[in-house]
Design a protein around this ligand. Structure first.
Ligand SMILES: Cc1cc2nc3c(=O)[nH]c(=O)nc-3n(C[C@H](O)[C@H](O)[C@H](O)COP(=O)(O)OP(=O)(O)OC[C@H]3O[C@@H](n4cnc5c(N)ncnc54)[C@H](O)[C@@H]3O)c2cc1C
Length: 62
């Protein structure tokens, strides 16, 4: 049996903040309702956006 809880965003070392991508307190990439990040032309979807961390949520964001 596997119990997986407390997952976090894997954003360390990617240079996101250096590129100007705003991160939240939990390391999530902050996006607006159109999934735009703080950098024009850069979008984020899925778990990294720190919303509901389920596969069908990520799929719906595509
Ligand atoms: C044990 C477990 C059970 C789950 N069960 C369910 C379930 O039953 N139903 C459900 O809806 N959801 C479930 N989930 C959640 C689901 O897996 C995630 O919500 C979904 O996979 C998120 O998709 P994603 O594309 O955002 O991220 P991911 O699927 O995590 O994809 C991210 C990808 O980026 C790659 N990557 C990471 N860092 C780098 C890098 N530096 N350079 C290049 N590539 C990189 C990773 O290798 C990975 O392939 C489960 C998760 C876990 C851990």
């Amino acid at each position: 049996m596997l119990i997986s809880i407390g997952r976090t965003m894997n954003v360390m070392g990617l240079g996101l903040e250096e590129a100007g991508v705003a991160l939240g307190q939990r390391g999530e990439v902050i996006v607006d309702e159109y999934l735009k990040t703080s950098v024009p032309g850069v979008y984020a979807i899925g778990d990294i956006t720190g919303k509901v961390q389920l596969a069908h949520v990520a799929s719906a964001q595509v």
